[in-house]
Write a protein of this length. Sequence first.
Length: 312
Amino acid sequence: MAESPLYVAITIDLDPDNFDTSIFGPALNISWRGVEQGIPSLLTAVDTARLEDSRGRRPRFTWFVRSDTGLYRIYGTSLYLFERFKTFLRGRAQCGDEIGWHPHVTELDELQASFQALQEQEVHCASVRVGNAFHSNSLMAALAGWGLRVDSTALPGRVRHDRERTLDWTGTPSEPYFPSLHDYRIPSAPAHPILEVPMSMIYTKASYDRSGLFRYLNLSYRNAIVKESIVQSIQQEELLVAIVHPSELLERGTKHPLISFDCKEAIANIVFISQEARVQGRELQYITIADIARLVQEKNISYAPNVPQTRS
């Protein structure tokens, strides 16, 4: 009996060290130690672990590179990271990785300005992830209109409105879908041609949680907290979309109940996924986010069907 595939996409958001003020506190200066030090440590650890999927292929990564008007205001160019880490990104692309776009914006004019900067420098990305899990109908329409093939921003079921975040993914399915023209959160006809690929959500309960909470599958989370949920996800899903931020790979003085800030823990989670896939008889395949569009088209990965939407 043939093994059922388990597709695993490992995504890395190239954000500055203080990307989340709720964790790190107010940002005094922007820095990139996570990209400079954490990422090389991760890649070395991946090599040392000799990780391979069921077809003997090494892990492939999707690098969502920060590029937006926020960086423009600081550095005079929104393509600062593309320029500073040009050699690194070119090398990763040659290894079979994907280079995606990661704008932190909430307004359409800022998104348009950032996209125009990419076009002017002939930086072409197939996939995009909007920062802080924010999205809107106008942003989704623009991304689809510009020819982006895949958006991977959704956090199914998560809603947050506070001083730090505004996001709403009410009713969003866990599987890929083509977003409604009228509601980016759901699959409904008529739909945009861009494929929404949600990040995988897992049940977590840290010591500071009053009750359990579904969070995205972050490879820097402590394995002891997430491994049971990972087992369940492998049992139930055909696609896992994991995420990590570079600064989450660096040790820090203050211990965090959920985030390990340890590259070894991130590797432990990747190894655990591989081992559990083998235990469950799944054919593990490492893929990039753009690969998912092809796999959906080939009907190797299922997607949520678009049904006519009734509008009141």
